[in-house]
Design a binder for this molecule. Structure first.
Ligand code: CP
Length: 302
């Protein structure tokens, strides 16, 4: 991991996933205090964010480092026509590592190819969100005590959902069964199904949320992402198809946990929040520990 960019979850092997999970638990136990002392992290968010940006900032602050950057690209010189290449080459002069979110698929890969400092992809368009996946894996491990042989049901926008794409690619290494529940228009892209098939990973595509609930260990809800639709009518047609309510949890397994990368819109009713099966806010907290682990590993400090 040392010195390497994290662009796709496929950049890491199974042992590296496990190493990040172990390190995240150590950061949660308040080990490795001030490990980022003297380090500066660049944070370039060309697309809105609450959790990813603030948990990266919190991770750096809690570890004694400093963070610079922008949360709104309208305040950067990209509004004057500066290219992404020039922005990266400039900011790399000021920091040891760059965290970047960008609306275009492939932007993080491009940045990693020209940057003299490592790039961490904080989400690129509908493509990948690898640090979200690592925090999701830490959350799965903490709640299930294991990563292997779980039934993981992913609900909602499986076409544009970058968190879904990254999670499938990582968890396929742990003998899962996947239930993929979406409207037909938002089903998982064929390139990901081909990878699952090539690795003989069982998956079931469904349009009904109710049928898969009783066997599910991890229920991964996702938002239908308005910002990815070119046709507003298509968004309106699909936006409220899956809404999880408390009554639907009655026949679910005791160990089942509900995850959601957030933000949510309507897909989890607020009455679910008080259920012991609701884990999405703890999941967001796990993001801070996981990102401490990722940054420290890439900077070769641990
Ligand atoms: N999960 C996630 O990426 O949330 P934000 O868009 O708020 O960063």
């Amino acid at each position: 991991m040392k010195g390497k960019s994290l662009v796709s979850i496929l950049d890491y092997q199974v042992e590296e996933y496990l190493q990040i999970i172990q390190l995240a638990s150590e950061f949660e136990a308040l080990k490795h205090q001030n490990i980022l002392h003297g380090k500066v992290v660049g944070s370039l968010f060309f697309e809105p964010s609450t959790r990813t940006r603030l948990s990266f900032e919190s991770a750096v602050n809690h570890s004694g480092g400093r963070i610079i950057g922008f949360s709104d690209s309208n305040t950067s010189s990209s509004t004057k026509g500066e290219s992404l290449k020039d922005t990266i080459l400039t900011v790399a002069n000021y920091c040891d590592l760059i965290v970047m979110r960008h609306p275009h698929d492939g932007a993080a890969k491009f940045a990693s190819e020209i940057s003299p400092v490592p790039i961490i992809n904080a989400g690129d368009g509908a493509n990948q969100h690898p640090t979200q996946t690592l925090l999701d894996m830490y959350s799965i491990y903490k709640t299930q005590g294991k990563l292997d042989n779980l039934t993981i049901s992913l609900i909602g926008d499986l076409k544009y959902g970058r968190t879904v794409h990254s999670l499938l690619m990582a968890m396929m290494n742990f003998s899962p069964k996947f239930n993929l529940v979406s409207p037909k228009e938002l089903c998982l892209p064929v390139e990901y199904k081909k990878i699952l098939n090539a690795h003989s990973v069982p998956f079931n595509e469904d349009t009904d949320l109710h049928t898969i609930l009783p066997e599910t260990d991890i229920l991964y809800m996702t938002r239908v992402q308005k910002e990815r639709f070119s046709d507003p009518i298509e968004y309106e047609k699909n936006k409220n198809l899956y809404v999880l309510k408390s009554s639907m949890l009655e026949n679910t397994k005791d160990n089942m946990k509900i995850l959601h990368p957030l933000p949510r819109v309507n897909e989890i009713s607020q009455c679910v929040d008080s259920s012991p099966k609701a884990y999405y806010f703890q999941q967001a907290k796990n993001g801070m520990f996981t990102r401490q682990a990722i940054i420290s590993s890439i900077l070769g400090l641990i």
